[in-house]
Design a protein around this ligand. Structure first.
Ligand SMILES: [Fe+2]
Ligand SMILES: [Fe+2]
Length: 193
């Protein structure tokens, strides 16, 4: 299922790590947004107990990631820069259906969240394999595994709550859509841009 159309070029790692404060700040905000997304899903879909339970665990984990990135910034004498516009995520959000059926909207919401996790996982894999700093290598390796699990949580919820066949068809459509977006942002110094 995972199979992103375009895997991150290892060269992106040197680009990203040449600007540590920028990349770590952007990363911190990604973790903060992941926690916010999980809270927003609880607010909008509280009638689904499995979703509420899974998102509660996720908020805890993403918040821990956020605090670990802040810790690394602090130890290195770097500051948390202001949040930037995340064009990649905004464009993915625009893919979601405006259907009147709540389950259709839920499916797309979960799939966009799964995509953000899948792309983050791919970015962290490239960072963990291509940077020399041992602390950051281990850190990104750990996060890569964690984001892969989150991707599975979102896909599984979408399949269980909104139907497997429809979920898989929409996911294939989203993979094509994401491919076009990431090609525009693959040279930036952000986790998704
Ligand atoms: Fe995370
Ligand atoms: Fe995550």
């Amino acid at each position: 299922m995972f199979r992103l159309r375009l895997r991150t070029d290892p060269q992106w790692a040197s680009l990203a790590t040449a600007h540590p404060e920028e990349i770590l700040s952007d990363h911190a905000w990604c973790e903060q947004k992941a926690a916010s997304t999980a809270i927003s899903l609880i607010n909008q879909y509280s009638e689904f107990p499995t979703l509420v339970e899974a998102m509660t665990d996720l908020v805890r984990e993403e918040w821990e990631h956020f605090s670990r990135v802040l810790e690394i910034l602090k130890r290195r004498g770097l500051r948390l820069r202001p949040q930037r516009r995340d064009n990649y995520v905004n464009e993915l959000m625009a893919w979601r259906t405006t259907s009147h059926h709540k389950l259709d909207r839920l499916r797309d919401h979960l799939l966009v969240a799964a995509m953000v996790e899948a792309r983050s996982c791919d970015r962290f894999r490239v960072l963990s394999e291509n940077i020399s700093d041992p602390e950051l290598r281990a850190f990104y390796r750990d996060l890569m595994e964690s984001e892969a699990t989150h991707y599975t949580v979102f896909i599984t919820l979408a399949r269980e709550l909104t139907g497997r066949a429809l979920t898989d068809a929409r996911w294939t459509n989203l993979l094509d859509y994401e491919d076009a977006i990431i090609r525009k942002y693959c040279q930036g110094t952000a986790i998704h841009g």
